[in-house]
Design a protein around this ligand. Sequence first.
Ligand code: ARG
Length: 449
Amino acid sequence: MTGFLDYAVSIHYDRRLYRQDIAGSKAHARMLARQEIISQADAQQIVQGLEKVQGEIEAGQFPWDPALEDLHMNIERRLHQLIGPAAGRLHTARSRNDQVALDMRLYTKETIGGTVKGLRGVQRELVALAQRYSSVVMPGYTHVQRAQPVLAGHHFLAYFQMFQRDIGRFQDCHRRTDVMPLGSGALAGVPYPTDRESVARELGFGAISRNSMDAVADRDFLLEFHSAAAIAMMHLSRLAEELVLWSSREFGFIRLADEFTTGSSIMPQKRNPDFAELARGKTGRVYGHLMGLLTVLKGLPLTYNRDMQEDKEGFFDTVDTLQATLLVFQGMLKGLTLDTERVASLAGESYMLATDLADYLVGKGVPFREAHGVLRELCRYCEGQGKGLQDLTLEEYQRFSRHFDQGVYGVTALSSVSARNNPGGTAPQQVAREVEQANLILEAAGDGF
Ligand code: ARG
Protein backbone atom coordinates (compact mmCIF):
# COMPACT_ATOMS: atom_id res chain seq x y z
CA MET A 1 0.00 0.00 0.00
CA THR A 2 1.48 3.28 -1.10
CA GLY A 3 0.71 6.79 0.01
CA PHE A 4 -0.99 7.33 -3.32
CA LEU A 5 -3.58 4.58 -2.99
CA ASP A 6 -6.45 7.05 -2.58
CA TYR A 7 -6.00 8.08 -6.17
CA ALA A 8 -6.89 4.61 -7.41
CA VAL A 9 -9.68 3.76 -4.99
CA SER A 10 -13.19 3.45 -6.38
CA ILE A 11 -14.96 1.69 -3.54
CA HIS A 12 -16.80 4.83 -2.38
CA TYR A 13 -18.78 4.87 -5.60
CA ASP A 14 -18.58 1.42 -7.20
CA ARG A 15 -20.13 -0.21 -4.11
CA ARG A 16 -23.35 0.95 -5.71
CA LEU A 17 -22.96 -2.03 -8.07
CA TYR A 18 -22.98 -4.65 -5.30
CA ARG A 19 -26.29 -6.31 -6.27
CA GLN A 20 -25.25 -6.66 -9.89
CA ASP A 21 -21.78 -7.87 -8.92
CA ILE A 22 -23.17 -10.55 -6.61
CA ALA A 23 -25.84 -11.67 -9.09
CA GLY A 24 -23.14 -12.02 -11.75
CA SER A 25 -20.87 -13.99 -9.42
CA LYS A 26 -23.64 -16.37 -8.40
CA ALA A 27 -24.57 -17.09 -12.02
CA HIS A 28 -20.89 -17.56 -12.86
CA ALA A 29 -20.31 -19.98 -9.97
CA ARG A 30 -23.37 -22.06 -10.88
CA MET A 31 -22.25 -22.27 -14.48
CA LEU A 32 -18.73 -23.35 -13.41
CA ALA A 33 -20.30 -26.20 -11.45
CA ARG A 34 -22.66 -27.23 -14.27
CA GLN A 35 -19.65 -27.38 -16.58
CA GLU A 36 -17.70 -29.33 -13.96
CA ILE A 37 -15.02 -26.66 -13.83
CA ILE A 38 -15.52 -26.45 -10.07
CA SER A 39 -17.36 -28.87 -7.76
CA GLN A 40 -21.05 -28.55 -6.89
CA ALA A 41 -20.09 -28.31 -3.24
CA ASP A 42 -17.74 -25.39 -3.84
CA ALA A 43 -20.35 -23.63 -5.96
CA GLN A 44 -22.95 -24.06 -3.27
CA GLN A 45 -20.63 -22.61 -0.65
CA ILE A 46 -19.80 -19.71 -2.91
CA VAL A 47 -23.46 -18.93 -3.61
CA GLN A 48 -24.40 -19.12 0.06
CA GLY A 49 -21.39 -17.02 1.00
CA LEU A 50 -22.33 -14.37 -1.56
CA GLU A 51 -25.84 -14.26 -0.16
CA LYS A 52 -24.38 -13.66 3.26
CA VAL A 53 -22.21 -10.87 1.85
CA GLN A 54 -25.27 -9.26 0.31
CA GLY A 55 -27.08 -9.50 3.65
CA GLU A 56 -24.16 -7.79 5.38
CA ILE A 57 -24.03 -5.00 2.81
CA GLU A 58 -27.76 -4.40 3.07
CA ALA A 59 -27.63 -4.40 6.85
CA GLY A 60 -24.82 -1.84 6.74
CA GLN A 61 -22.47 -4.31 8.41
CA PHE A 62 -20.06 -5.02 5.59
CA PRO A 63 -16.43 -4.20 6.48
CA TRP A 64 -15.55 -2.04 3.47
CA ASP A 65 -11.81 -1.64 3.11
CA PRO A 66 -10.47 1.08 0.82
CA ALA A 67 -7.10 -0.65 0.78
CA LEU A 68 -8.73 -3.25 -1.46
CA GLU A 69 -9.53 -0.46 -3.94
CA ASP A 70 -12.75 -1.64 -5.51
CA LEU A 71 -16.02 -3.48 -4.98
CA HIS A 72 -14.87 -6.70 -6.62
CA MET A 73 -11.84 -7.14 -4.36
CA ASN A 74 -13.82 -6.22 -1.27
CA ILE A 75 -16.45 -8.85 -1.94
CA GLU A 76 -13.95 -11.52 -2.88
CA ARG A 77 -11.90 -10.93 0.27
CA ARG A 78 -14.99 -11.06 2.48
CA LEU A 79 -16.10 -14.26 0.78
CA HIS A 80 -12.75 -15.76 1.72
CA GLN A 81 -13.25 -14.78 5.33
CA LEU A 82 -16.71 -16.31 5.33
CA ILE A 83 -16.21 -19.60 3.44
CA GLY A 84 -12.49 -20.19 3.23
CA PRO A 85 -10.60 -21.72 0.27
CA ALA A 86 -13.67 -22.39 -1.94
CA ALA A 87 -13.84 -18.62 -2.42
CA GLY A 88 -10.61 -18.82 -4.35
CA ARG A 89 -12.35 -20.79 -7.10
CA LEU A 90 -14.95 -18.12 -7.94
CA HIS A 91 -12.61 -16.12 -10.12
CA THR A 92 -11.83 -19.14 -12.33
CA ALA A 93 -12.51 -18.27 -15.99
CA ARG A 94 -13.16 -14.64 -15.14
CA SER A 95 -11.32 -11.34 -14.94
CA ARG A 96 -12.29 -8.08 -13.29
CA ASN A 97 -12.43 -6.69 -16.80
CA ASP A 98 -15.37 -8.78 -17.97
CA GLN A 99 -16.79 -8.68 -14.45
CA VAL A 100 -17.02 -4.89 -14.32
CA ALA A 101 -18.36 -4.75 -17.87
CA LEU A 102 -21.10 -7.15 -16.77
CA ASP A 103 -21.92 -5.14 -13.65
CA MET A 104 -22.24 -1.91 -15.60
CA ARG A 105 -24.48 -3.51 -18.20
CA LEU A 106 -26.76 -5.06 -15.57
CA TYR A 107 -26.95 -1.75 -13.74
CA THR A 108 -27.65 0.23 -16.91
CA LYS A 109 -30.46 -2.11 -17.96
CA GLU A 110 -32.20 -1.68 -14.61
CA THR A 111 -31.65 2.04 -14.68
CA ILE A 112 -33.22 2.36 -18.11
CA GLY A 113 -36.35 0.72 -16.69
CA GLY A 114 -36.55 3.30 -13.90
CA THR A 115 -35.79 6.20 -16.19
CA VAL A 116 -38.47 5.25 -18.68
CA LYS A 117 -40.92 4.96 -15.80
CA GLY A 118 -40.02 8.49 -14.76
CA LEU A 119 -40.53 9.77 -18.29
CA ARG A 120 -43.93 8.09 -18.46
CA GLY A 121 -44.84 9.75 -15.17
CA VAL A 122 -44.10 13.16 -16.67
CA GLN A 123 -46.04 12.23 -19.80
CA ARG A 124 -49.03 11.31 -17.64
CA GLU A 125 -49.05 14.76 -16.05
CA LEU A 126 -48.78 16.43 -19.45
CA VAL A 127 -51.76 14.50 -20.75
CA ALA A 128 -53.70 15.37 -17.59
CA LEU A 129 -52.94 19.05 -18.20
CA ALA A 130 -53.88 18.74 -21.87
CA GLN A 131 -57.18 17.21 -20.82
CA ARG A 132 -57.87 19.70 -18.05
CA TYR A 133 -57.23 22.67 -20.33
CA SER A 134 -58.36 21.07 -23.57
CA SER A 135 -60.60 23.91 -24.71
CA VAL A 136 -58.42 26.82 -23.58
CA VAL A 137 -56.99 28.97 -26.34
CA MET A 138 -53.63 30.58 -25.63
CA PRO A 139 -50.99 32.47 -27.57
CA GLY A 140 -48.48 30.34 -29.45
CA TYR A 141 -45.03 31.86 -29.95
CA THR A 142 -42.18 32.09 -32.38
CA HIS A 143 -39.14 34.22 -31.46
CA VAL A 144 -40.90 34.77 -28.09
CA GLN A 145 -43.33 36.95 -30.08
CA ARG A 146 -47.02 36.15 -29.98
CA ALA A 147 -47.64 34.41 -33.27
CA GLN A 148 -50.89 32.44 -33.58
CA PRO A 149 -53.46 31.10 -31.16
CA VAL A 150 -53.10 27.46 -30.13
CA LEU A 151 -54.95 25.20 -27.74
CA ALA A 152 -53.22 24.85 -24.38
CA GLY A 153 -53.58 21.09 -24.81
CA HIS A 154 -51.63 21.27 -28.05
CA HIS A 155 -48.78 23.01 -26.27
CA PHE A 156 -48.63 20.43 -23.46
CA LEU A 157 -48.79 17.54 -25.91
CA ALA A 158 -45.80 18.93 -27.79
CA TYR A 159 -43.76 17.88 -24.74
CA PHE A 160 -45.49 14.50 -24.69
CA GLN A 161 -43.99 13.92 -28.13
CA MET A 162 -40.50 14.95 -27.02
CA PHE A 163 -40.58 12.54 -24.08
CA GLN A 164 -41.95 9.83 -26.35
CA ARG A 165 -38.82 10.16 -28.49
CA ASP A 166 -36.67 10.11 -25.34
CA ILE A 167 -38.27 6.84 -24.30
CA GLY A 168 -37.51 5.46 -27.76
CA ARG A 169 -33.87 6.44 -27.34
CA PHE A 170 -33.60 4.70 -23.96
CA GLN A 171 -35.30 1.59 -25.33
CA ASP A 172 -32.88 1.59 -28.20
CA CYS A 173 -29.98 1.92 -25.76
CA HIS A 174 -31.41 -1.02 -23.82
CA ARG A 175 -31.19 -3.27 -26.88
CA ARG A 176 -27.45 -2.72 -27.20
CA THR A 177 -26.87 -2.90 -23.43
CA ASP A 178 -28.59 -6.27 -23.32
CA VAL A 179 -25.44 -8.17 -24.31
CA MET A 180 -23.61 -10.41 -21.83
CA PRO A 181 -19.81 -9.89 -21.74
CA LEU A 182 -18.81 -12.48 -19.10
CA GLY A 183 -16.53 -15.15 -20.52
CA SER A 184 -14.36 -12.59 -22.28
CA GLY A 185 -11.81 -12.91 -19.49
CA ALA A 186 -9.17 -10.22 -19.32
CA LEU A 187 -9.34 -9.68 -23.09
CA ALA A 188 -8.80 -12.90 -25.05
CA GLY A 189 -11.50 -15.24 -23.75
CA VAL A 190 -10.99 -18.04 -21.19
CA PRO A 191 -9.35 -21.46 -21.49
CA TYR A 192 -12.21 -23.37 -19.84
CA PRO A 193 -15.29 -25.04 -21.35
CA THR A 194 -17.67 -22.36 -20.07
CA ASP A 195 -21.31 -22.04 -21.12
CA ARG A 196 -21.82 -18.35 -21.72
CA GLU A 197 -25.35 -18.74 -23.08
CA SER A 198 -26.63 -20.22 -19.84
CA VAL A 199 -25.10 -17.37 -17.82
CA ALA A 200 -26.78 -14.90 -20.17
CA ARG A 201 -30.12 -16.67 -19.69
CA GLU A 202 -29.82 -16.75 -15.92
CA LEU A 203 -29.00 -13.04 -15.79
CA GLY A 204 -31.76 -12.13 -18.23
CA PHE A 205 -29.61 -11.06 -21.18
CA GLY A 206 -30.85 -11.36 -24.75
CA ALA A 207 -27.46 -12.10 -26.29
CA ILE A 208 -23.77 -12.74 -25.58
CA SER A 209 -20.92 -10.59 -26.85
CA ARG A 210 -19.16 -11.87 -29.99
CA ASN A 211 -15.66 -10.49 -29.49
CA SER A 212 -13.85 -10.68 -26.17
CA MET A 213 -11.59 -7.71 -26.91
CA ASP A 214 -14.52 -5.47 -27.81
CA ALA A 215 -16.54 -6.75 -24.86
CA VAL A 216 -14.05 -5.59 -22.20
CA ALA A 217 -13.19 -2.35 -23.99
CA ASP A 218 -16.73 -1.24 -24.92
CA ARG A 219 -18.64 1.43 -23.04
CA ASP A 220 -20.83 2.54 -25.95
CA PHE A 221 -23.93 1.56 -24.01
CA LEU A 222 -23.00 4.14 -21.37
CA LEU A 223 -22.40 6.77 -24.02
CA GLU A 224 -25.82 6.03 -25.45
CA PHE A 225 -27.37 6.38 -22.02
CA HIS A 226 -25.55 9.68 -21.50
CA SER A 227 -26.71 10.93 -24.90
CA ALA A 228 -30.31 9.96 -24.32
CA ALA A 229 -30.13 11.53 -20.85
CA ALA A 230 -28.62 14.74 -22.22
CA ILE A 231 -31.40 15.07 -24.80
CA ALA A 232 -34.08 14.32 -22.20
CA MET A 233 -32.59 16.97 -19.89
CA MET A 234 -32.57 19.41 -22.80
CA HIS A 235 -36.31 18.81 -23.19
CA LEU A 236 -36.89 19.21 -19.46
CA SER A 237 -34.83 22.38 -19.54
CA ARG A 238 -36.93 23.85 -22.35
CA LEU A 239 -40.06 23.04 -20.38
CA ALA A 240 -38.42 24.54 -17.29
CA GLU A 241 -37.70 27.71 -19.22
CA GLU A 242 -41.35 28.00 -20.23
CA LEU A 243 -42.46 27.49 -16.65
CA VAL A 244 -40.05 30.24 -15.57
CA LEU A 245 -41.37 32.63 -18.23
CA TRP A 246 -45.01 31.71 -17.74
CA SER A 247 -44.90 32.13 -13.99
CA SER A 248 -43.41 35.64 -14.27
CA ARG A 249 -45.64 38.65 -13.72
CA GLU A 250 -44.87 39.68 -17.30
CA PHE A 251 -46.55 36.57 -18.70
CA GLY A 252 -48.80 35.68 -15.78
CA PHE A 253 -49.89 32.45 -17.47
CA ILE A 254 -49.43 29.95 -14.66
CA ARG A 255 -49.14 29.57 -10.96
CA LEU A 256 -46.77 26.94 -9.60
CA ALA A 257 -47.61 25.16 -6.35
CA ASP A 258 -45.97 26.70 -3.27
CA GLU A 259 -43.88 23.58 -2.88
CA PHE A 260 -42.00 24.47 -6.06
CA THR A 261 -41.43 28.15 -5.47
CA THR A 262 -39.45 30.04 -2.87
CA GLY A 263 -39.78 33.51 -1.46
CA SER A 264 -36.98 36.01 -1.50
CA SER A 265 -35.19 36.78 1.73
CA ILE A 266 -35.64 40.48 1.02
CA MET A 267 -38.52 40.94 -1.47
CA PRO A 268 -41.72 39.62 0.13
CA GLN A 269 -43.73 39.64 -3.11
CA LYS A 270 -41.49 37.09 -4.85
CA ARG A 271 -42.44 33.56 -5.87
CA ASN A 272 -39.26 32.34 -7.48
CA PRO A 273 -39.53 29.24 -9.68
CA ASP A 274 -36.39 27.72 -8.14
CA PHE A 275 -37.12 24.12 -9.02
CA ALA A 276 -37.61 24.87 -12.69
CA GLU A 277 -34.42 26.94 -12.62
CA LEU A 278 -32.48 24.17 -10.89
CA ALA A 279 -33.67 21.66 -13.47
CA ARG A 280 -32.52 24.02 -16.21
CA GLY A 281 -29.19 24.41 -14.44
CA LYS A 282 -28.64 20.72 -13.74
CA THR A 283 -28.84 20.07 -17.46
CA GLY A 284 -25.27 21.38 -17.54
CA ARG A 285 -23.78 18.59 -15.48
CA VAL A 286 -25.59 15.93 -17.51
CA TYR A 287 -24.14 17.38 -20.75
CA GLY A 288 -20.78 17.52 -18.98
CA HIS A 289 -20.78 13.83 -18.08
CA LEU A 290 -21.48 12.89 -21.71
CA MET A 291 -18.51 14.95 -22.82
CA GLY A 292 -16.46 13.54 -19.94
CA LEU A 293 -16.94 9.93 -20.95
CA LEU A 294 -16.46 10.60 -24.65
CA THR A 295 -13.16 12.16 -23.71
CA VAL A 296 -12.14 9.30 -21.39
CA LEU A 297 -12.70 6.78 -24.17
CA LYS A 298 -11.18 8.67 -27.06
CA GLY A 299 -7.72 7.48 -27.86
CA LEU A 300 -7.82 4.40 -25.61
CA PRO A 301 -6.08 1.48 -27.28
CA LEU A 302 -7.71 -1.93 -27.02
CA THR A 303 -8.59 -3.38 -24.64
CA TYR A 304 -9.31 -2.52 -21.00
CA ASN A 305 -7.42 0.45 -19.59
CA ARG A 306 -7.76 1.73 -16.08
CA ASP A 307 -9.00 5.04 -17.47
CA MET A 308 -12.30 3.21 -17.84
CA GLN A 309 -12.84 3.21 -14.09
CA GLU A 310 -13.69 6.88 -14.66
CA ASP A 311 -16.91 5.77 -16.39
CA LYS A 312 -18.79 5.48 -13.10
CA GLU A 313 -19.13 8.68 -11.11
CA GLY A 314 -20.43 10.77 -13.97
CA PHE A 315 -22.82 8.04 -14.96
CA PHE A 316 -24.26 7.65 -11.46
CA ASP A 317 -24.60 11.41 -11.18
CA THR A 318 -26.44 11.56 -14.50
CA VAL A 319 -28.78 8.76 -13.43
CA ASP A 320 -29.54 10.49 -10.12
CA THR A 321 -29.93 13.93 -11.67
CA LEU A 322 -32.24 12.78 -14.44
CA GLN A 323 -34.42 10.60 -12.22
CA ALA A 324 -34.75 13.28 -9.55
CA THR A 325 -35.57 15.89 -12.18
CA LEU A 326 -38.30 13.67 -13.61
CA LEU A 327 -39.86 13.33 -10.15
CA VAL A 328 -39.72 17.09 -9.61
CA PHE A 329 -41.46 17.67 -12.93
CA GLN A 330 -44.19 15.18 -12.11
CA GLY A 331 -44.96 17.17 -8.98
CA MET A 332 -44.51 20.56 -10.59
CA LEU A 333 -46.86 19.77 -13.48
CA LYS A 334 -49.43 18.20 -11.17
CA GLY A 335 -49.64 21.40 -9.12
CA LEU A 336 -49.61 23.81 -12.03
CA THR A 337 -52.66 25.99 -12.66
CA LEU A 338 -53.21 27.91 -15.85
CA ASP A 339 -54.82 31.36 -15.77
CA THR A 340 -57.27 30.45 -18.50
CA GLU A 341 -58.87 33.88 -18.69
CA ARG A 342 -55.59 35.65 -19.14
CA VAL A 343 -54.21 33.32 -21.81
CA ALA A 344 -57.53 33.29 -23.67
CA SER A 345 -57.73 37.07 -23.68
CA LEU A 346 -54.19 37.37 -25.05
CA ALA A 347 -54.93 34.75 -27.68
CA GLY A 348 -57.96 36.74 -28.81
CA GLU A 349 -55.86 39.85 -29.28
CA SER A 350 -56.35 40.79 -32.88
CA TYR A 351 -52.76 40.95 -34.11
CA MET A 352 -52.52 37.25 -33.52
CA LEU A 353 -55.29 36.79 -36.06
CA ALA A 354 -53.42 38.57 -38.86
CA THR A 355 -52.54 35.29 -40.57
CA ASP A 356 -56.14 34.16 -40.33
CA LEU A 357 -57.35 37.41 -41.84
CA ALA A 358 -54.94 36.86 -44.72
CA ASP A 359 -56.32 33.32 -45.08
CA TYR A 360 -59.81 34.85 -45.03
CA LEU A 361 -58.88 36.97 -48.06
CA VAL A 362 -57.43 33.88 -49.73
CA GLY A 363 -60.88 32.36 -49.26
CA LYS A 364 -62.22 35.29 -51.29
CA GLY A 365 -59.86 34.47 -54.15
CA VAL A 366 -56.92 36.76 -53.26
CA PRO A 367 -53.48 35.19 -53.79
CA PHE A 368 -51.79 34.54 -50.41
CA ARG A 369 -48.78 36.81 -51.05
CA GLU A 370 -51.10 39.71 -51.88
CA ALA A 371 -53.30 39.01 -48.86
CA HIS A 372 -50.20 38.95 -46.67
CA GLY A 373 -49.28 42.41 -47.99
CA VAL A 374 -52.76 43.74 -47.28
CA LEU A 375 -52.56 42.55 -43.69
CA ARG A 376 -49.13 44.04 -43.23
CA GLU A 377 -50.52 47.40 -44.30
CA LEU A 378 -53.51 46.95 -42.04
CA CYS A 379 -51.33 46.14 -39.05
CA ARG A 380 -49.21 49.20 -39.73
CA TYR A 381 -52.35 51.32 -39.95
CA CYS A 382 -53.65 49.93 -36.66
CA GLU A 383 -50.36 50.65 -34.93
CA GLY A 384 -50.50 54.25 -36.16
CA GLN A 385 -54.07 54.61 -34.93
CA GLY A 386 -53.41 52.85 -31.65
CA LYS A 387 -56.17 50.37 -32.45
CA GLY A 388 -56.49 46.62 -32.65
CA LEU A 389 -57.66 44.91 -35.84
CA GLN A 390 -60.96 44.09 -34.18
CA ASP A 391 -61.61 47.81 -33.58
CA LEU A 392 -61.65 48.67 -37.28
CA THR A 393 -64.89 49.42 -39.06
CA LEU A 394 -65.77 47.53 -42.21
CA GLU A 395 -65.23 50.76 -44.12
CA GLU A 396 -61.66 50.95 -42.80
CA TYR A 397 -61.03 47.30 -43.74
CA GLN A 398 -62.32 47.91 -47.23
CA ARG A 399 -59.88 50.76 -47.73
CA PHE A 400 -57.20 48.06 -47.81
CA SER A 401 -59.06 45.44 -49.81
CA ARG A 402 -62.47 45.47 -51.40
CA HIS A 403 -62.76 41.76 -50.62
CA PHE A 404 -63.45 42.35 -46.92
CA ASP A 405 -67.08 41.97 -45.83
CA GLN A 406 -68.97 41.47 -42.56
CA GLY A 407 -67.49 37.96 -42.29
CA VAL A 408 -64.21 39.50 -41.16
CA TYR A 409 -65.66 39.82 -37.66
CA GLY A 410 -66.20 36.07 -37.50
CA VAL A 411 -62.42 35.51 -37.43
CA THR A 412 -61.61 34.75 -33.79
CA ALA A 413 -59.03 32.82 -31.83
CA LEU A 414 -61.42 29.88 -31.73
CA SER A 415 -62.10 30.00 -35.47
CA SER A 416 -58.35 30.22 -35.99
CA VAL A 417 -57.52 27.05 -34.05
CA SER A 418 -60.58 25.21 -35.36
CA ALA A 419 -59.49 25.87 -38.94
CA ARG A 420 -56.21 24.00 -38.38
CA ASN A 421 -57.91 20.68 -38.60
CA ASN A 422 -55.23 18.57 -40.28
CA PRO A 423 -53.39 15.80 -38.47
CA GLY A 424 -50.83 17.45 -36.20
CA GLY A 425 -52.76 20.74 -36.17
CA THR A 426 -54.18 22.56 -33.17
CA ALA A 427 -57.92 22.15 -33.92
CA PRO A 428 -59.95 20.82 -30.94
CA GLN A 429 -60.79 17.67 -32.89
CA GLN A 430 -57.11 16.94 -33.60
CA VAL A 431 -56.00 17.67 -30.05
CA ALA A 432 -58.77 15.47 -28.63
CA ARG A 433 -57.63 12.66 -30.89
CA GLU A 434 -54.02 13.10 -29.78
CA VAL A 435 -55.04 13.07 -26.12
CA GLU A 436 -56.80 9.78 -26.78
CA GLN A 437 -53.77 8.44 -28.62
CA ALA A 438 -51.47 9.49 -25.78
CA ASN A 439 -53.69 7.76 -23.25
CA LEU A 440 -53.58 4.57 -25.33
CA ILE A 441 -49.78 4.71 -25.41
CA LEU A 442 -49.59 5.17 -21.64
CA GLU A 443 -52.11 2.42 -21.01
CA ALA A 444 -50.29 -0.03 -23.26
CA ALA A 445 -46.98 0.80 -21.59
CA GLY A 446 -48.44 0.24 -18.12
CA ASP A 447 -45.70 -0.16 -15.56
CA GLY A 448 -43.26 -1.74 -17.98
CA PHE A 449 -41.21 0.00 -20.59
N1 ARG B 1 -12.32 -0.90 -10.62
C1 ARG B 1 -12.10 -1.30 -11.96
C2 ARG B 1 -13.00 -0.51 -12.90
O1 ARG B 1 -13.97 -0.02 -12.47
C3 ARG B 1 -12.39 -2.76 -12.14
C4 ARG B 1 -11.61 -3.41 -13.22
C5 ARG B 1 -10.20 -3.44 -12.86
N2 ARG B 1 -9.46 -4.22 -13.79
C6 ARG B 1 -8.14 -4.16 -13.81
N3 ARG B 1 -7.54 -4.89 -14.66
N4 ARG B 1 -7.49 -3.35 -12.99
O2 ARG B 1 -12.72 -0.39 -14.07
